[in-house]
Ligand binder design. Structure first.
Ligand code: GTP
Ligand code: SPV
Ligand code: MN
Length: 597
């Protein structure tokens, strides 16, 4: 194959790498993606003509597509995700590890001819605004047109990337669905392989993904690059790559605050990122909904960019009532995966507004009625939407130097024990709250069945030893000193004994954000408890909200006995990291234990 002929770059190293991948995987054709609108439309139509997608009703949802995956490929596969560092210890006890030489051999063996009958696309992309100081570049090779059109929304795909690569280098990403076609063999609508490997080679800045077409397994700029590979770079270079949304809050006087929040997958980042404030005069604008890259600026503060260009959001539960700004981002130019289809050619999912339709085609392609007794949309069904379409996207969301962070929030889903909000005593204590964060299972990680400790919401996304990661947080705190963000821990998910939410959540979470900003200003008090600072009664603005005083007391309750009952599990969690568990974290644990008495 003569790959160089119509290549948009003369970079010999890139050409050689593309040549090597093609020689191994033997696609019928190589196409150099240019990120143009024309290309998006052409590949979208190719997916439709090939039977893997359908256009939605163009009057209701212009230029938007529906894809259905197969039941065996509906979410990230943590059990098949590997960090292939040179030394096993560098991956730490929470990552799957494999020797890089061995993994490359395995992947080389199963990848022989794996793109036969398909087109291999070469996708140049930027993570972050083009040319920015924090921005990085990648090239994803993929045999999936679905991946190309998703990458065009989620990252900045452009031929200009080849110029930037000459200055800044790039991350090599190889992706295949692992479903070659014999001569004359007809394709299936969602090609994938029973065997899956999502592998990372941090010492070479390389990612190799085999066998899945879904989300973070296949859109390699997202979790693989922007978190697993980037976290390793960030540790070396003294910055942070976090699983965090970024938002701007503006108070009635016009003062801005920037918040970055880490919640595990499907625990409310997209919702918080674009919430509609229910507090008079306070405004929220979205900068990012999933990933933050943060570096110390010349003034000593921590500045954050959103490296992505789109939202890959959980569809079920998204409604005008819960997240109107997300819903309005979906009006056109979107890709929907595993949602249900209405009889008039639009999308539907559980907990959408209005009456439940009497008939749908469900995410498996079957007829569905309310009597079916099954979910019409898969719980991890997703939309891919351009961030620029969000009505509350911050005018500074593409500012190349980022925005200064005032507040860090950690959290997760806990039906009991953890109060609505508590504030860390200082940054090191905040780093401990992040290190010991925990959550109940969600559909974003189907192989997780029980409450798990998910440090910084990074457990599935950390590219190195999580103990070293905790130390990195403590180190960043030292470096930032009194310019470090103030840290908080929230839990929107506390329930009554009868199983009803105690807190209305969603837009009303702005009330908690307001309290945090007032804590930053020092204009509101707090009471000290064993676990941190809690709002005084009446300090959270509840104007116009119907939450009883008893419920509020329950939401802010810190039950010492309950917290004591968790100490052993926290200790076990920290001890799991052995030598790399920072002494600073054990000190925090001992201090908490002493405070609990
Ligand atoms: P990933 O994209 O997987 O990283 O998820 P995410 O963290 O962005 O989660 P998302 O905002 O999509 O929320 C996931 C689920 O949590 C949805 O079903 C939401 O309806 C629900 N949720 C979000 N915020 C709240 C809240 O404040 N209260 C309650 N009760 N549910 C919420
Ligand atoms: C998550 O699971 O945190 C996601 C979805 O944001 S995915 O991109 O598939 O990782
Ligand atoms: Mn996420």
């Amino acid at each position: 194959m003569s790959i160089g002929e119509n290549a948009p770059t003369k970079n010999a190293e890139i050409l050689q790498w593309v040549e090597e991948v093609a020689a191994l995987t033997t696609p019928d054709k190589v196409e150099w993606s240019d990120g143009s609108k024309e290309e998006w439309s052409r590949l979208a139509q190719l997916c439709v003509d090939g039977g893997s997608a359908q256009w939605l009703n163009s009057e209701k949802r212009p230029n938007s597509l529906l894809f259905r995956s197969v039941p065996a490929d509906v979410a990230r596969v943590e059990g098949r995700t590997y960090i292939c560092s040179e030394k096993e210890a560098d991956a730490g006890p929470t990552n799957n590890w494999c020797d890089p030489v061995e993994m490359k051999k395995t992947l080389t063996d199963i990848s022989k001819g794996c793109m036969k009958g398909r087109t291999m696309y070469v996708i140049p992309f930027a993570m972050g605004p083009m040319g920015g100081p924090v921005t990085q570049y990648g090239i994803e090779i993929s045999d999936s047109p679905y991946v190309v059109i998703n990458m065009q929304i989620m990252a900045r795909v452009s031929l200009d990337v080849y110029t930037e690569i000459e200055k800044k280098g790039y991350v090599k990403c190889v992706h295949t669905v692992g479903y070659p076609l014999a001569d004359g063999q007809e394709d299936v609508s969602w090609p994938c392989n029973e065997e899956k490997y999502i592998t990372h080679f941090p010492s070479e800045n390389m990612i190799w993904s085999f066998g899945s077409g879904y989300g973070g397994n296949a859109l390699l700029g997202k979790k693989c690059f922007a978190l697993r590979i980037a976290s390793t770079m960030a540790k070396k270079e003294g910055w942070m790559a976090e699983h965090m949304l970024i938002l701007r809050l503006t108070n009635p006087e016009g003062k801005n605050y920037h918040v970055a929040a880490a919640f595990p997958s499907a625990c409310g980042k997209t919702n918080l990122a674009m919430l509609q404030s229910t507090v008079e005069g306070w405004k929220v604008e979205c900068i990012g909904d999933d990933i933050a890259w943060m570096k110390q600026g010349p003034d000593g503060r921590l500045y954050a960019i959103n490296p992505e260009a789109g939202f890959f959001g959980v569809a079920p539960g998204t409604s005008m009532a819960s997240n109107p700004m997300a819903l309005k981002s979906l009006d056109e130019n979107c890709i929907f995966t595993n949602v249900a289809l209405t009889d008039d050619g639009d999308v539907w999912w559980e907990d959408m507004d209005g009456p439940v339709p009497s008939h749908l085609i469900d995410w498996k392609g079957n007829d569905w009625t309310p009597e079916s007794g099954e979910k019409a949309a898969h719980p991890n069904a997703r939309f891919t939407a351009p961030a620029a379409q969000c009505p509350v996207i911050c005018p500074d969301w593409e500012k190349t130097e980022g925005v200064p962070i005032d507040v860090f929030i950690f959290g997760g889903r806990r039906t009991s024990i953890v109060p609505l909000v508590h504030e860390a005593f200082d940054f090191a204590h905040g780093a401990y709250l992040g290190a010991t964060a925990a959550s109940e299972p969600t559909a974003a990680a189907l192989d997780v069945k029980a409450i798990r400790r998910d440090p910084y919401a990074m457990l599935p996304f950390c590219g190195y030893d999580m103990g070293d990661y905790m130390q990195h947080w403590l180190d960043m705190g030292e470096k930032l000193g009194d310019k470090a963000p103030k840290c908080f821990y929230v839990n929107w998910f506390r329930k009554t004994a009868e199983g009803k939410w105690l807190w209305p959540g969603f837009g009303d979470n702005s009330r908690v954000l307001k309290w945090m900003c007032e804590r930053v200003e020092g204009t509101v008090g707090a009471q000290e408890t064993a676990i941190g600072m809690i709002p005084n009664e009446g300090d959270i603005d509840l104007t116009g909200l119907d939450v009883s005083a008893e419920d509020m007391a329950e939401l802010l309750k810190v039950d010492t006995a309950e917290w004591k009952s968790e100490l052993d599990s926290v200790k076990g969690h920290l001890e799991r990291f052995g030598d790399t568990c920072p002494k600073g974290m054990m000190d925090q644990y001992e201090a908490l234990k002493a405070r609990l008495g």
